[in-house]
Design a protein around this ligand. Structure first.
Ligand SMILES: Cc1ncc(C[n+]2csc(CCOP(=O)(O)OP(=O)(O)O)c2C)c(N)n1
Length: 373
């Protein structure tokens, strides 16, 4: 296995700026970056395209290439800046991509990773980016030597990382929890105090897994929940699409802070159309909890104030069950576009399961339920 510390010290010889969005396959590498680099040497970006842009800016300022890391799910977010900014036929800005290979063909993975896994290398080929695939036994020095030969010619190079490459490394400098309230407890309060005839749209990662388990525990069935498994950052726009087209239904969007940050412009657009049947929850733990707990910048934000200045009509920030119940009572009585930020702690149950319904089954059941009453 590759030691994250050895890999980073090899990289440090020609890279002085690291940026990206965390990934579960890269979590040990990301954790060591978070622990060992200053805020200016390592930036966790809002989305992967932003990372490419930050790397481009760093190159303009220093003449030095950066490392941009991501899960292969994030490659789509990078396509525009890779082809219209850093490409050899545009500004010719070198950068080294480190891409976690979820859904590698032949390996079992979640449904949302299968297609992305299949097209990862061909997508890089299509973008004109040469790459090396590494596993736990790869000769890292050799791969980085090859990468440098590309960077020296102002060209990009990608390292595609197979599962199980890195030795475990535990994040040391975790930011303090935002409250004692757990995400699962918050979801339970939300389910208890929202309209039973309402519909939920929940974001990718642990939030949807917890919602699925809580529905089972509460014997409520799963037909009212659209559990998003990929498309990070698009949750509230999916929910807005449902809310605008089914004005008679109450729609509850359950988002994460990493997800909201990824495409934050959605808040302003939601407010501009202002579906009064939409309640937007953001379970803010200040972290990308589902992929290793790396920090987001949301712990220092007032998401209620941001939503309010975008034009959401009713906004709350809560950090305990009492405050959440009070906010839920107000949104139940007042049908206007609302946002409830719930500041929660990081972490989830070790024995948390995964939805047992396929994405297509989930979609069909949700649509049928919307039509039922
Ligand atoms: C475009 C894209 N980039 C990265 C990922 C990997 N990923 C899955 S869940 C997650 C963290 C989500 O954080 P947040 O919304 O705050 O929810 P939490 O996990 O903290 O509950 C990340 C980065 C992804 N699925 N898609």
């Amino acid at each position: 296995m590759i030691k994250p510390s050895e890999f980073i010290s090899e990289l440090d010889q020609f890279i002085d700026f690291y940026t990206g969005v965390p990934d579960s396959l890269l979590k040990d590498f990301c954790a060591l970056l978070s622990d060992s680099k200053s805020d200016h040497q390592h930036i966790i970006a809002a989305n992967e395209g932003n990372s490419v842009a930050l790397a481009a800016g760093h190159y303009l300022g220093t003449g030095k290439p950066s490392l941009v890391y991501m899960q292969n799910s994030g490659l789509g977010n990078t396509v525009n800046p890779l082809v219209s900014l850093t490409d050899r036929d545009v500004y010719r800005i070198p950068l080294l991509l480190l891409v976690g290979w979820r859904g590698e063909p032949g390996k079992k993975d979640e449904p949302q990773h299968v297609k992305q896994g299949k097209i990862t290398t061909s997508l890089l080929e299509c973008l004109g980016i040469d790459y090396a695939v590494i596993d736990e036994n790869s000769d890292i020095k050799g791969v980085l030597l090859k990468a440098r030969s590309y960077l020296d010619q102002e060209l990009p190079f990608a390292i595609v990382v197979k599962k199980g490459c890195f030795e475990p490394y535990q994040l040391q400098h975790k930011k303090a929890d935002l409250s004692d309230f757990s995400r699962e407890e918050a979801l339970d309060v939300i389910l208890e105090h929202t309209d039973d005839s309402g519909f939920f749209v929940s974001t990718t990662g642990t939030i949807s897994r917890e919602l699925f388990e809580l529905r089972g525990k509460r014997e409520q069935g799963h037909n009212r929940d659209f559990l998003i498994v990929g498309s990070m950052g698009h949750t509230s726009q999916i929910a807005a699409g449902v809310a605008l087209s089914r004005k008679e239904k109450r729609v509850y969007c359950v988002d994460g802070d990493g997800s909201v940050l990824m495409h934050m412009g959605s808040l302003a657009v939601n407010a501009s159309v202002s579906p009064d049947n939409l309640v937007h929850f953001v379970l803010n733990n200040g972290a990308h909890d589902s992929v290793g707990g790396q920090p987001t910048v949301a712990s220092d934000l007032s998401l209620d104030k941001i939503a309010s200045s975008c034009g959401y009509k009713n906004c709350f920030s809560c950090s305990n069950p009492g405050e959440l119940k009070k906010a839920l009572q107000e949104v139940a009585e007042n049908k206007v576009l609302s946002l409830i930020e719930v500041r929660v702690k990081k972490g989830s149950r070790k024995d948390l399961g995964r939805p047992t319904v396929s994405p297509v089954e989930c979609k069909k059941a949700f649509m049928a339920e919307l039509d039922r009453n």
